[in-house]
Design a protein around this ligand. Structure first.
Ligand SMILES: Cc1ncc(C[n+]2csc(CCOP(=O)(O)OP(=O)(O)O)c2C)c(N)n1
Length: 323
């Protein structure tokens, strides 16, 4: 796996955007300027961007309740996302989806999802579609460690392995399901072990390391496109903020959080690796930082000025029949 200079800068830009986007949302919620229930992705950037750096627009991803990072990593327009979160008509889903239902079919983003585990069978179905239509596309399901205790995880992996579907199942193991440490509810040491029951390939990646995630994703995609079936890719990661915006974080120790945040920040890790290897310069990264900051501020300003959806739109784009 080799990434060109512009691809590396694009990956860094997306990681930085995710970080700033989530920090901005946290601020807006605390200031009472944004409503709704938000699950923030800061800390896990290398997973979404590492995986999506290997995908094309026609490859499919399915997401979770913690979906902003997956959207940004797959190239969904940030202005549309911000407007969506403010509930405005200019939003990605015309202001009617909100944080947990952002979807953008043009980018192969089948949607965030408020139901834990529910994106997994959707990606399995997208993989089946690709196989039946004989396209070269791969479907990727992102989900948390908690979701691997859901029945649909096991049913999907069984089916995908049996039918050799082109799917990559990406577990974002951030060590917690809501407020419960993963080891309280998962008996295996590594979630990747669960692949063995389905005769499926698995990989474990350092989810704080963009390069490791990208490399292991590339291998999984190669297998999928060669007709060798799915892979379970476990990425060990950590969420820097709470389970939801406003979480008082009483269930994890300050020392544990500090260790991950100070020593394993995926943006710092990217910068150290990429500059030491001479792939990009620190000046180039600082320029990206400035551009991202300005782009995000414009997105917030424009979203706040944008109109709300008209009341006549209340029954459009929804799965109900008007009486
Ligand atoms: C089917 C279902 N059960 C429970 C919930 C409540 N819930 C929301 S997020 C969450 C924890 C999910 O943990 P994990 O899958 O590890 O993802 P993370 O939040 O760590 O990213 C739970 C239990 C839900 N939304 N859907």
């Amino acid at each position: 796996m080799e990434l060109q200079h512009d691809e590396l800068l694009r990956a860094y830009r997306r990681m930085r955007m995710i970080r700033l986007f989530e920090e901005k949302l946290s601020e807006l919620v605390q200031a009472g300027k944004m409503g709704g229930f938000l699950h923030l992705y800061a800390g896990e950037e290398a997973v979404a961007v590492g995986v999506c750096s290997q995908l094309g627009d026609d490859d499919i991803v399915t997401s979770t309740h913690r979906g902003h990072g997956h959207c940004i990593a797959k190239g969904v327009d940030v202005k549309g996302m911000m407007a969506e979160l403010f509930g405005r008509a200019t939003g990605t889903c015309k202001g009617k989806g909100g944080s947990m239902h952002i979807a953008d079919m043009d980018k192969g983003m089948l949607g965030a999802n408020g139901i834990v585990g529910a994106g997994i069978p959707l990606a399995t179905g997208a993989g089946l579609t690709a196989k039946i239509r004989k396209t070269d596309h791969v479907a990727v399901a992102f989900f948390g460690d908690g979701a691997t205790n859901q029945g649909q995880f096991h049913e999907s992996l069984n089916m995908a392995s049996n039918w050799k579907l082109p799917v990559v199942y990406v577990v974002e193991n951030n060590g917690f399901g809501e407020f419960t440490p993963t080891e309280f509810v998962v008996p295996v040491k590594d979630i990747a072990e669960r692949a063995h029951s389905y005769a499926m390939e698995s990989e474990i990646a350092d989810g704080m390391d963009f390069f490791d995630v990208a490399e292991k994703t590339a291998r999984a995609l190669e297998r999928a496109r060669a007709g060798e079936g799915p892979t379970l890719l476990e990425c060990k990661t950590y969420r820097f903020l709470g389970h939801f915006a406003g979480d008082p974080l009483v269930y994890r120790s300050k020392e544990q959080a500090e260790d991950w945040i100070q020593n394993r920040d995926p943006l710092d890790r990217f910068e150290t690796h990429a500059t030491e290897a001479g792939l990009v310069t620190a000046d180039e990264l600082r320029e990206v930082d400035g551009e991202v900051e300005r782009e995000l501020q414009r997105a917030v300003d424009e979203a706040q000025q944008a109109p709300f959806p008209d009341v006549s739109e209340v029954l459009t784009d929804v799965y109900v029949e008007t009486p």
